[in-house]
Design a protein around this ligand. Structure first.
Ligand SMILES: Nc1nc2c(ncn2[C@@H]2O[C@H](COP(=O)(O)OP(=O)(O)OP(=O)(O)O)[C@@H](O)[C@H]2O)c(=O)[nH]1
Length: 539
């Protein structure tokens, strides 16, 4: 049950949680001024227990799950950790005031002003033109989303979906202009920490607002209302009371002293794990064991499939790309839930996690070398990734043959390594797989001049070719995808081969970085305007 309450320790409206006990309602009120207190309310009456006193209380029906989130949030967090819709509201501006000029003190004897009783003109704030500068109501609190390393999931937002900033303070006045009048205090900015990698969109219309990909990235999503102005009451002005506050209406019928309202906006937050290296593999292949072996992360490890329900993150010991010799700043590694055949069609848990590979630079395919057909397992992985997003099979990847402590696995390791190492296209020999061109047309067959001349016909032919390429792309099999950068044998449980694997990961990250830099340079060069008929020295 929820209630709206105002307390004796300051008039405010708060969300109060209550539970019905006979005809008592236990109230837990969070008072902005005096902190938390508990109260007890009898049949809509008053409470006398606690710090402040609940003076009025209206019980309202709470929407099911409004505060606690979905019922299965604790049992099935993997369904909720990476997506949520929240509503934020910035604070209203504080109100200004209708002021009257102070009455001059009158001398009893001759009813004339005494010079010494007049306020010296300098005590009021004045503008350059000598006009009085009157105080303003406080600006309402803005709402800012900020990427914070200490937040790792969006689950808390399912429990609390509404976030309101505080309003600005009113100009505190007794209705009389005085030099002591000050602006109302601004409402504090409400900074809401979200996990690094959160993509923020407007719920309505889906407009992209920000990708908070690095710690400290922030975006203001709702600006607080402006503070209301103060007006000095003229003889002919019309006084009103709005929400119990005295205010004034100008000749255009505008109520001028009220603060501006805050903004309310519904936001869709989507978390995309930010990791340099992504671990993919069939269930039970040993991905979590590998993460535990190469980082200090402590993922859950068990002998049943789908032990991992949410991505686990670990930090590798240093990434040479970060120009620090590879020791101070580590690359991050994400362990994702196991993929199964037809995961791209929604089978198992795989599909909803595949989007978390989007930001990874290098993929590690973990294959259990002790199964009857590890090569087939590897092919399933590649095909599932390709069917979900063809771009994933163009990324550099390393194949880790795990569980080499088992004798059958150790025996077939060399032949497995050779087979897998030769599966796919060598990226250095054939630039086709590394160019990152998807359906953007950059790899489409060129039109000849007659086709170019025939306008819309050419456009439709281009479309047809796009369709053909798309079909071809779907029909590709593992032999057409990018070849692995390396095949490494390890035993994650025994910690064998880990050093070699770390070396290979660093190497691959480094190569990928160089490749990306090269691509960026080429793109920049291509987008630069070309000089036509430029003098020799400019070329
Ligand atoms: N013998 C042996 N067993 C291993 C090795 N690595 C992992 N295992 C075992 O394989 C089982 C699965 O390991 P996990 O690390 O949970 O596998 P996973 O790929 O994360 O599994 P999911 O969470 O289901 O995707 C556990 O019983 C591990 O003890 C290894 O190198 N050798």
């Amino acid at each position: 049950m929820q209630a709206l309450a105002s307390t004796s320790c300051g008039s405010f409206v708060a969300s109060v949680r209550g539970s019905k006990l006979g005809n008592f309602t236990q109230l837990c009120v969070v008072c902005p001024q005096q902190g938390f207190f508990q109260g007890e309310q009898r049949n809509g009456g008053r409470s006398s227990v606690g710090h402040g006193r609940v003076t009025t209380c209206a019980l309202i029906k709470e929407k099911p799950g409004a505060l606690d989130g979905p019922k299965n949030l604790d049992t099935e967090p993997h369904k909720y950790f990476d997506q949520v819709v929240i509503t934020v509201r910035s604070g209203d501006g504080g109100n200004g005031a209708v002021l009257q000029l102070p009455k001059p003190k009158v001398d009893d004897k001759d009813s004339k002003f005494k010079k010494k009783d007049k306020k010296p003109a300098g005590t009021y704030k004045r503008g350059n033109d000598g006009a009085l500068i009157l105080p303003l109501g406080g600006h309402g609190g803005d709402v800012i989303l900020v990427a914070d390393e200490s937040a790792d999931t969006l689950l808390p937002f399912h429990r609390k979906r509404r976030h309101n900033a505080k309003r600005g303070a009113n100009v505190s006045s007794m209705g009389t202009l005085s030099p002591a009048l000050r602006d109302g205090l601004d409402g504090p900015v409400l900074r809401i920490p979200v996990p690094v990698g959160t993509v923020v969109k407007r719920k309505r219309g889906g407009k992209f607002l920000a990708d908070l990909a690095r710690h400290g990235d922030e975006i203001m999503v709702a600006r607080g209302g402006r503070g209301g102005i103060c007006v000095v009451e003229a003889k002919d002005s019309k006084r009103l009371r709005v929400n119990g506050l005295p205010t004034i209406q100008d000749p255009d019928d505008k109520v001028v002293t009220l603060g501006g309202p805050g903004e309310e906006i519904a936001l869709e937050l989507t978390l995309r794990v930010v990791a340099d290296v992504g671990l993919v593999g069939l269930p039970n292949a040993g991905k979590s064991s590998l993460l535990a072996a190469v980082t200090v992360a402590k993922p859950e490890i068990a002998a049943y499939p789908f032990t991992t329900l949410m991505p686990n993150l670990g930090c590798l010991e240093g990434d040479p790309l970060k120009n620090d010799g590879g020791f101070s700043s580590g690359a991050t590694m994400a362990d994702l839930p196991g993929l199964i055949k037809d995961a791209h069609l929604g089978k198992g848990l795989g599909r909803m996690f595949l989007r978390h590979l989007r930001r990874t630079r290098v993929l590690i395919h973990v294959v259990d070398a002790s199964t009857p057909d590890p090569v087939d397992d590897y092919s399933i992985l590649r095909e599932e990734l390709h069917l979900y997003n063809p771009e994933y099979v163009r990324r550099p990847h390393i194949v880790v043959l795990n569980k080499l402590d088992i004798s059958e696995a150790r025996e077939k390791f060399e032949s497995l390594r050779d087979t897998i190492q030769n599966m796919g296209v060598d990226p250095d020999a054939d630039g086709d797989v590394t160019d990152g061109a998807d359906m953007d047309g950059s790899r489409l067959p060129r039109l000849d001049s007659t086709e170019r001349d025939s306008g819309s016909q050419a456009v439709s032919k281009q479309e047809q070719r796009k369709q053909i390429l798309k079909k071809e792309e779907q029909e590709r099999k593992v032999q057409d995808f990018r070849r692995p950068a390396a095949v490494v044998g390890i035993s994650a449980r025994e910690g064998e081969g880990i050093e070699r694997l770390l070396e290979v990961i660093r190497d691959t990250l480094q190569k990928e970085q160089k490749q990306a830099q090269k691509l960026r340079r080429e793109q920049m060069r291509a987008s630069r305007p070309k000089l036509i008929n430029a003098p020799q020295w400019q070329l």
